[in-house]
Design a binder for this molecule. Structure first.
Ligand code: HEC
Length: 95
């Protein structure tokens, strides 16, 4: 029980920092808001089992491209999921 509470706290204390895709984000990137939201959920569900989630703005597009090639294998996800996650991350990547 204590562990569950602890996990929840950790989860929720991290979550707010991960941006929620806005209409503006969608217009700027040309990617639908729904698609970006799915990317966010997939990111949370597939990428937080081994380490804390890194913020999109921590890395440049080039960094993410390289990192995601490795993490796709670690997370055992298919191309479709990876692309949704990538789209979400790149909207706010470091410039
Ligand atoms: C099976 C465990 C595992 C999963 C799942 C996983 N990672 Fe990682 N990740 C690691 C390990 C281990 C490292 C650190 C060691 C390294 O750099 O190789 C790491 C490092 C990272 C880093 C830091 C890289 C750097 O050079 O600073 C990022 C960013 C990252 N992961 C993103 C992701 C994303 C995005 C996903 C989901 C697609 C993901 N990870 C899923 C194990 C995992």
């Amino acid at each position: 029980m204590f562990l569950i509470i602890l996990t929840e706290i950790t989860f929720f204390s991290c979550a707010p920092a991960l941006y929620l895709p806005s209409k503006n984000d969608s217009e700027q990137s040309g990617i639908s808001q729904d698609s970006l939201k799915i990317g966010r959920t997939l990111y949370i569900n597939n990428c937080s089992s081994c380490h804390n989630l890194h913020l999109p703005q921590q890395y440049t597009k080039q960094n993410w491209d390289t990192i995601l090639i490795i993490m796709k294998i670690k997370a055992k996800i298919d191309e479709r999921k990876l692309n949704l996650i990538k789209n979400y991350l790149l909207v706010k990547s470091k410039k």
